[in-house]
Write a protein of this length. Structure first.
Lengths: 283, 245
């Protein structure tokens, strides 16, 4: 497979995104707020996620990444502000078949085989006898996508952690969703598998025109995204391409850029002066 | 609601069970074993065996399905598969009907075995039709499924789910007329037993035991049990939230 992050795939995905729906973003949030218990997890976020590209959602554990993703998918309660997903308000029933969602912990049935898991979820997405062939094709393709053909008839509960999370990913790929929301899909995987999965994400974005929103707290994965949303404590610190982030903060890696932004935010919080040092110039 | 999705869900639940033969064996054989024991505990007084045996034929499916459903739905909630399903185009009714169908099927097998053993091998003296016994058993199983589904919403772990069994089932067991006729209880307890569904389950069984035909009381009992099951299933559906905190 190709070696991303640079160049070709990003260009192709970008071209595809502009082809379709003329740069209409897949997700648009205005003043997005979420309360969990008595804690405000998301504090009035404004951002867009472009269609047909991979947007990385990065930030330390507990900064609100999962809550944001659940809001997009429509499983989060108490969401304030406006959140448009694929042209409809988040949580709209019509979106349920258009979004693939993978939670952080693999959500599959441990007492079913890989294929039985996929067969069931496929039957939920493509019900009825008439679609039997479509289901079979979708299941075969999803198994091949995540490279589990040799384990198709193993019980999910007997697989390793990484294999189970790939089953969970395969479920999300079943209906060829327009938007894939992946919550830390590579956590706990070995480097080879992580590379393969990122290659798969790029292939899906390029070939199927899918929009991907992928969260991670591993910064080296940030370099593989087309765009980045950097989060900290329920706020978005930056919304840009990896390259622009590095350039603007004059750093060699996204990780350093992120740390610099975090320090600046902490300083601002400690000394509530008018924003100065690292305020990002809007390009 | 989509029948294809309901059937797919029922098939999936049964497929999960098939990977767990030990649970199936326990569910099917334990009631038979209990009836067998009971028969010889009351070796000297067959009349008592008739009474208690018929009642138990209604109670076993209720208890088994309550346990199985509460644990199975709790697992669905805690494993994240429920959240995933509700983020997909699956109706809540599809999910609940799928579970009810799968466990109902299991209950039919369980009740057939238990009723068959009791009537033909242990000499349970039933005046009415064994088919009616089976019908009540099936309704009881549905009630157990409904109660289990509802209760699983209030259990945070399998530990708690199992503890709900004595909390929800035992009081009904004491008050349903199994140990002493309901009209001989303290008036307050009799009044409580009047609103507990298991009382009607047991009464229905006893109607079949004593009357050759379908009696008005039997019809009332069957309707009460079925109505309760549907009501609790509705409550259970309300506990399945697409959006959670």
């Amino acid at each position: 497979m190709m070696n991303y992050p640079a160049g070709e795939a990003a260009d192709r995905a970008a071209a595809r995104a502009t082809d379709r729906a003329a740069a209409e973003p897949a997700i648009t949030a205005h003043a997005l707020t979420t309360v969990r218990g008595d804690r405000t997890v998301l504090r009035g976020l404004d951002f867009t996620v472009p269609a047909g590209q991979i947007t990385g959602l990065l930030g330390p554990s507990g900064c609100g990444k999962s809550t944001l993703m659940r809001a997009v998918v429509g499983t989060q309660a108490k969401v304030g502000g406006s959140l448009q997903v694929l042209g409809r308000p988040a949580g709209d029933p019509a979106l349920r078949s258009r979004i693939g969602y993978v939670t952080q912990a693999p959500s599959v049935y441990d007492d079913l085989t890989v294929r039985q898991n996929l067969d069931y979820f496929a039957a939920v997405l493509l019900p009825g006898r008439a679609l039997r062939h479509d289901r079979r094709t979708a299941v075969d393709r999803a198994i091949a996508d995540v490279d589990l053909a040799s384990h198709a008839d193993s019980l999910a509960g007997r697989l390793s952690g990484g294999q189970r999370s790939r089953v969970s990913l395969a479920v999300a790929l079943l209906g060829t969703p327009e938007l894939l929301v992946l919550d830390e899909p590579t956590v706990g995987l070995d480097p080879v598998l992580r590379r393969d999965l990122w290659n798969l994400f790029h292939q899906i974005a390029a070939d199927r025109g899918t929009t991907l929103l992928v969260s991670s707290h591993v910064m080296d994965e940030a370099e593989r995204c087309h765009r980045l949303l950097l989060m900290r404590e329920g706020e978005i610190l930056a919304d840009d391409t990896p390259e622009a982030l590095r350039r603007r903060n004059d750093t060699a890696t996204v990780e350093e850029a992120f740390l610099r932004l975090v320090d600046a935010a902490a300083t601002r919080a400690a000394h509530p002066h008018p924003r100065t040092t690292h305020e990002e110039p809007r390009s | 609601m989509s029948s294809a999705r309901t059937l797919a869900t029922a098939a999936r639940v049964l497929r999960q069970l098939r990977h767990d033969p030990r649970s199936i064996a326990l569910m099917l054989l334990v009631p038979c074993l209990m009836l067998f024991l009971l028969r010889y505990v009351f070796d000297g007084s067959p009349g008592t065996f008739d009474n208690i045996g018929a009642s138990l034929l209604g109670i076993f499916p209720l208890i088994t399905m309550f346990l199985v459903t509460s644990i199975a739905t709790l697992r669905e909630r805690t494993s994240g598969t429920l959240e995933r399903l509700l983020a997909m185009p699956l109706g809540k009714a599809d999910l609940i009907a799928g579970y009810a169908l799968a466990f109902g099927l299991l209950a039919v097998v369980q009740s057939t075995l238990a009723t068959g053993l009791a009537v033909w091998f242990l000499g349970l003296d039933v005046i009415g039709s064994p088919w009616l016994l089976l019908l009540v058993a099936l309704l009881d199983a549905l009630l157990g499924t409904a109660l289990g589904l509802f209760v699983s919403a209030f259990a945070a772990s399998e530990f708690q789910a199992v503890q709900f069994m004595p909390a929800v089932i035992f009081p009904q067991l004491l008050l349903c007329g199994l140990f002493t006729p309901r009209d001989r209880m303290a008036p307050a307890l009799e009044a409580i037993s009047d609103v507990l569904p298991m009382s009607y389950a047991v009464d229905g069984m006893n109607q079949v035991l004593r009357h050759p035909d379908v009696t008005g009381d039997f019809v009332r009992d069957a309707l009460v049990v079925a109505g309760c099951a549907l009501l609790v299933l509705g409550l259970g559906a309300a506990t399945l939230r697409r959006r959670t905190a």
